[in-house]
Design a protein around this ligand. Structure first.
Ligand SMILES: *Cc1c(COP(=O)(O)O)cnc(C)c1O
Length: 498
C-alpha cells in the first residue's frame, strides 16, 4: 500500500500509484512498509540473471502485480533487443575497492532507460488491471535524457500517448537528434522557444489547469507523468543496487554481508533514493555518496540541513544534474521523520513560497549516518576523465566522472576504504565533445558534426559506438514543430485532436 508524503488519508495500490503519478494533495507516493530481504534470500539470487533478480525484488515491492504480469513486463523491458549487454547492468571492477556499474546499455545510452523501459510496461498493465479505458497522455518536459528515454519506452504502447517538450537551444546536438528522429504512432516531440524552466513550467501549468483536465476527461483522456516522481520509475532502480552487490560478491572480492558504499551522480535525487530504499530493504550498504556539480544545493543541504534553492543556476558539463529542486528529497524526508506528513508538507510549502526550508537536528543526524555529499566543478570533471582514462583505460562520461571524484574525495577525507560502487549514468558517447576535450586536452575543432566526434572518440579509445547513436545518422527527421511556452496547451490540444 502506498501513501502520500503530504498526509492525504487514502492509500492506493502500486498499480494505482503508477497510473496517477502523483498524489492528489501534491505529495509523492511512498510505500507504507518496505519489504525486507535476509542474506539467505539474497544468496538465492546470486546465480540468477538480472531479469530474475528484478522479478523477486519487484515482486515484493509491487505486490498487486501477479508473477505472470511482472514476468511479462520485465521480459519486454530488459530484452536483448533493447539492451546491448547480456548482464543488462554490468559491474566493471577498476581496482580492489572500486567498481563501476554501467547503467547505460539501454536504447538511449543513459541510465534513464533502466526505469523508462519498465515504466510503460507497468503502466499499460496497471490500466488493464483497473479496467481503466481512458487513453493516458504522458507529458514530458526534458532537459535531454528523460525525453528520449520516455519516447523510446512508450513508443507504440497501447492506450498511451506521449508528448515531449524540449527547450529549443537547451539540449545537446545528439540529444536533439535522438528526439526529432523518434518513430512511433503515438509520439509527439515539440521544441519550446525558451529554456528548460519554461518547458517545465508549461507542463506544470497544464497539469494544474482544471478546466483543461475536464475537457480531456470528456474526451476520455487522462494526464500522467514519466518523471521520477512516479513510483513506477523509482522501483525499477532499486533492483540494480541489489544486482551490483550480488555481482561483486560473485567475483569473490566482497564477502557476504560486507558493506559497500555507492557513489551516485545526483540531480533529482531519484537514483540515490533508490539506493536508500535498497539499504532499508536489507542490502549491506555503508554510505550513499551524493555527488553534485556546481549546482550544489544538495551538498549544502546534506552538510547544513538547510535546503536553499535561491542561488544562481549554472550550465555545466554534466547537464543532467543541472537542477535546483530535487523532487525526490521529499520522499527521503518522509522516511527520516517516520512519516510525519505535517512536517514534510510544511517544508514543501515553505520551499514553494520562500525557496528554502530547514530540517531539525534529529533529521540531520540520520542524514549524516546514511549520506556523504560533495561537488566538483567542470575543470575537475575533465581532469578526472583524463586521469581515469590514463590510469585505467576506462572512459567516463562527465556525470560519472563527478561521482568518481567525489568518491575519491570521500575516501581521503574520511579514511573509510569500504569498497565503493560508482554508478555510471551515461555512455561517454552521449557527451563526445566534453569527453574528447578531457582526454586530448584540446577542444574539438568547431564545426565538426556529432557523427565525426562519435567516430573520433571511438578511434581514440577503441570503444564501440552504441548502436542507437550510430544509427542516428540514417534516421529521418519526423518532428519539426515548435511553439512559444504560452502555446504549449494549445499544442497538446492539437496533438490530441480535441
Ligand atoms: C538523470 C540523470 C542523472 C541524475 O539522476 P537523478 O535520479 O535525477 O538524481 C545523472 N546522470 C545522468 C546522465 C542522468 O541522465
Amino acid at each position: 500500500m502506498y501513501f502520500s508524503t503530504r498526509g492525504a488519508k487514502n492509500s492506493v495500490s502500486s498499480a494505482q500509484a503508477i497510473i496517477a503519478g502523483m498524489a492528489t494533495d501534491g505529495g509523492l507516493f511512498v510505500p507504507k512498509d518496505l519489504p525486507k530481504f535476509e542474506l539467505t534470500e539474497l544468496k538465492g539470487l546470486l546465480n540468477k540473471s538480472y531479469q530474475k533478480r528484478a522479478q523477486v525484488i519487484l515482486g515484493r515491492l509491487l505486490a498487486d502485480y501477479s508473477e505472470a504480469e511482472l514476468h511479462q513486463c520485465i521480459e519486454a523491458a530488459y530484452s536483448s533487443n533493447k539492451f546491448d549487454h547480456s548482464a543488462v547492468a554490468p559491474l566493471v571492477e577498476q581496482d580492489e575497492t572500486t567498481a563501476v556499474l554501467e547503467l547505460w546499455h539501454g536504447p538511449t545510452s543513459a541510465f534513464k532507460d533502466m526505469a523508462l523501459q519498465l515504466l510503460p510496461q507497468l503502466l499499460a498493465t496497471a490500466l488493464r488491471k483497473s479496467d481503466d479505458t481512458d487513453e493516458i497522455v504522458i507529458l514530458v518536459a526534458t532537459s535531454g535524457d528523460t525525453g528520449k528515454a520516455a519516447l523510446e519506452g512508450f513508443q507504440d504502447v497501447d492506450q498511451i500517448k506521449i508528448i515531449t517538450f524540449y527547450p529549443e537551444h537547451g539540449v545537446s546536438a545528439i540529444q536533439k537528434l535522438q528526439m526529432v528522429t523518434q518513430e512511433g504512432q503515438n509520439v509527439a516531440v515539440i521544441a519550446v522557444k525558451g529554456n528548460f524552466d519554461d518547458a517545465q513550467s508549461g507542463v506544470k501549468e497544464i497539469f494544474q489547469d482544471k478546466g483543461f483536465q475536464a475537457e480531456l476527461s470528456r474526451k476520455a483522456f487522462q494526464l500522467s507523468s514519466a518523471n521520477s516522481i512516479n513510483w513506477g520509475r523509482l522501483a525499477p532502480q532499486i533492483v540494480y543496487y541489489f544486482s551490483a552487490y550480488l555481482d561483486w560478491v560473485k567475483t569473490g572480492r566482497i564477502g557476504w554481508g560486507q558493506k559497500v558504499n555507492f557513489a551516485v551522480p545526483t540531480g533529482n535525487f531519484g537514483d540515490i533514493l533508490a539506493g536508500y530504499y535498497a539499504k532499508e530493504m536489507g542490502l549491506p550498504v555503508g554510505k550513499l555518496i551524493c555527488a553534485s556539480n556546481a549546482n550544489n544545493v544538495l551538498t549544502d543541504f546534506i552538510h547544513e540541513g538547510r535546503y536553499d534553492a535561491k542561488r544562481p543556476f549554472y550550465q555545466t558539463a554534466s547537464p543532467s544534474m543541472d537542477i535546483l529542486i530535487s523532487s525526490n528529497l521529499e520522499r527521503l524526508l518522509y522516511h527520516l521523520t517516520q512519516g510525519d506528513t505535517a512536517l514534510v508538507k510544511g517544508w514543501m510549502d515553505e520551499l514553494k513560497e520562500t525557496g528554502s526550508y530547514e530540517v531539525s537536528s534529529a533529521v540531520m543526524a540520520k542524514i549524516e549516518q546514511n549520506f556523504y555529499a560533495a561537488w566538483i566543478n567542470d575543470e575537475q570533471t575533465r581532469a578526472t576523465i583524463q586521469a581515469v582514462y590514463q590510469q585505467h583505460h576506462y572512459v567516463l562520461d562527465p556525470h560519472t566522472a563527478v561521482a568518481w571524484q567525489v568518491a575519491a574525495d570521500y575516501r581521503s577525507a574520511s579514511g573509510d576504504d569500504t569498497p565503493c560502487i560508482i554508478l555510471s549514468t551515461a555512455s561517454p558517447f552521449k557527451f563526445n565533445a566534453s569527453v574528447l576535450h578531457a582526454i586530448t586536452g584540446q577542444l574539438p575543432a568547431t564545426g565538426q558534426s556529432e557523427f565525426a566526434l562519435l567516430g573520433e572518440l571511438a578511434r581514440l579509445t577503441g570503444w564501440k559506438i552504441p548502436k542507437g547513436l550510430a544509427e542516428l545518422k540514417d534516421k529521418s527527421v519526423y518532428h519539426e514543430q515548435s511553439c512559444l511556452p504560452k502555446n504549449m496547451k494549445q499544442k497538446v490540444a492539437q496533438v490530441l485532436n480535441l
